[in-house]
Design a protein around this ligand. Sequence first.
Ligand SMILES: C[S@@+](CC[C@H](N)C(=O)[O-])C[C@H]1O[C@@H](n2cnc3c(N)ncnc32)[C@H](O)[C@@H]1O
Length: 213
Amino acid sequence: MRWPFAFGKYSAAWWKQRLGAPDRIAEFYPTPLCVARQMLELAETSPEDVVYDLGSGDGRIPILAAQEFGCRAVGIEVDDKLYRLSVARVAELELGNQVSFQRINFFEADFRPATVVTLYLLSVVNEQLQPRLGSHLRTGARIVSLDFPVPGWKPEDVRQVHSVNEVEYTLYLYRRRPLRLPVERPERRTANDADQASALSDRSGGQNLQPKV
Ligand SMILES: C[S@@+](CC[C@H](N)C(=O)[O-])C[C@H]1O[C@@H](n2cnc3c(N)ncnc32)[C@H](O)[C@@H]1O
């Protein structure tokens, strides 16, 4: 079962009210495993990566990341039942040294260690997460969002993929670019500066006095 697209028109406040828990602003719609695999492939996930799934549901994406891509993974899930289910699955699969879960609101989570982030949330939620993703993620980190783009960001790649029962999904890949800091350039010297320099030089008897630029 996938997110019905019409749900995207409702605001975060509407979701919070609908889902009861004050922090919970999305329902659990699991990503089909073959689609999750393609999300991680699109992000070129490798054993050096740390995958964070924001709103991790039953934990399938962090578990898949560890099992098939050999990396560490963290799931952030606010729903207690889903969190406990995920923890139990990891214990059963003996993946405790690779996968962990945090029962926390993703707006309060620290995802600075992440090098790959997966999202299956509405665009209205992605929009609210965008400033935190921008400030927490390091250069080179990849974000793959399923079906819903991150407003305000230009995807590096957009792909149509299919689940085993031929349902079409869209993947949006974003990459954290290096911050471009403004370069400080010295002000250009004007003809007036040159005149002043020569006047100062005359007054100093030709000593090496330079106007500040
Ligand atoms: C559409 S499901 C995606 C589940 C999983 N990522 C997957 O792809 O299979 C969205 C998940 O986000 C969780 N969620 C909703 N609001 C949240 C919040 N504020 N903090 C953490 N998780 C949240 C829901 O409980 C739900 O499990």
